[in-house]
Unconditional design. Structure first.
Length: 296
């Protein structure tokens, strides 16, 4: 199970370990406790987000022997914005705790396949844990709390089993197909939770799921209670927008202007979305998310 120690800032979220609560920090990346998984496992290509090409399973040339990024403080300036906004939801440290890996673990056929598979699976499950934890904090979803708690427990169990399977001789023990089916089941439950929460919105609750809103000026649109799941909001103008009870699950907010926007009641907003957007001192965020250092 995930650890239940208190965090530095005291923030906690509901967790199945008895009467305890799971710290928000347990679902945040802790690079000091990771073996550089996000610097090895994903592939990326030269683009606005990455300055170089890198194959999946190959270490980034900026990764040091201590599993630290040599250019972390200057990622944006050096063309690695994609790295700056990436979020593993704490999967990196959970998987890393399950194995003792040497500095070049990616070259060891006895270690690499299991680590790569486990990280990909646990990262998906930890993202679901974040959404489920948020859904459990919503008063409007109380009728669904038993189902949400059961889904959270099962998600945590699958994540723990995936990490433990690193000791198994066959990486197939991770049962990735089961994870895909589990995601579908949890997503359906989260949709119900979103619908319950949005019934309290005084806005028009517009349906814009998956909509192409790239570069669109949305300042005059009432987005309270809107469904923006999977919407393409790249470079959209959301200055001063009230996104109270708007569902932004999976919405692409890269370069969206959130200056002066109110996101305190936005549903299923995650740190990577905020990090990829633009904002200022007037942008209001929920307490579980950090204000990006690059914002004005």
């Amino acid at each position: 199970m995930l650890r239940c120690e208190p965090t530095d800032n005291g923030q906690v979220i509901d967790h199945p370990c008895g009467s305890h609560a799971m710290p928000v920090g347990a679902l945040r990346a802790d690079c000091a406790q990771c073996v550089g998984l996000c610097c090895v496992v994903p592939a990326f290509s030269v683009s606005a987000d990455f300055a170089i090409d890198k194959a999946a399973g190959q270490p980034c040339p900026n990764l040091g022997a201590d599993f630290r990024c040599g250019i972390h403080a200057a990622l944006r300036d050096l063309g690695f914005r994609g790295c700056a906004v990436y979020d593993c939801f704490g999967a990196g440290q959970r998987v890393s705790r399950a194995v003792v890996a040497r500095a070049d673990w990616w070259a060891d056929p006895g270690i690499a396949p299991g680590l790569v598979t486990a990280f990909a699976v646990v990262r998906q499950l930890h993202e679901l844990l974040w959404y489920l934890a948020e859904a459990l904090e919503l008063t409007a979803t109380r009728p669904l709390h038993p189902e949400l708690r059961a889904a959270r427990d099962e998600t945590d169990r699958l994540a723990g089993r995936s990490a433990a399977a690193l000791d198994a001789p066959d990486a197939a023990a991770l049962e990735a197909p089961d994870v895909a089916a589990h995601r579908q089941t949890v997503n359906a439950l989260l949709l119900r939770a979103s619908a319950l929460a949005r019934t309290n919105s005084t806005g028009p609750a517009l349906e814009r799921r998956g909509a192409d809103l790239v570069g669109v000026d949305l300042r005059v649109v009432d987005l309270r209670g809107a469904v923006l799941r999977g919407a393409h909001l790249i470079a959209a103008d959301l200055r001063g927008a009230d996104l109270g009870l708007a569902d932004v699950t999976g919405a692409d907010l890269r370069d969206a202007d959130l200056s002066g926007a109110d996101l305190r009641g936005t549903l299923f907003l995650v740190q990577s979305q905020v990090d990829s957007a633009r904002g200022d001192r007037r942008t209001r965020l929920p307490p579980s998310l950090r204000r990006p250092a690059h914002w004005a």
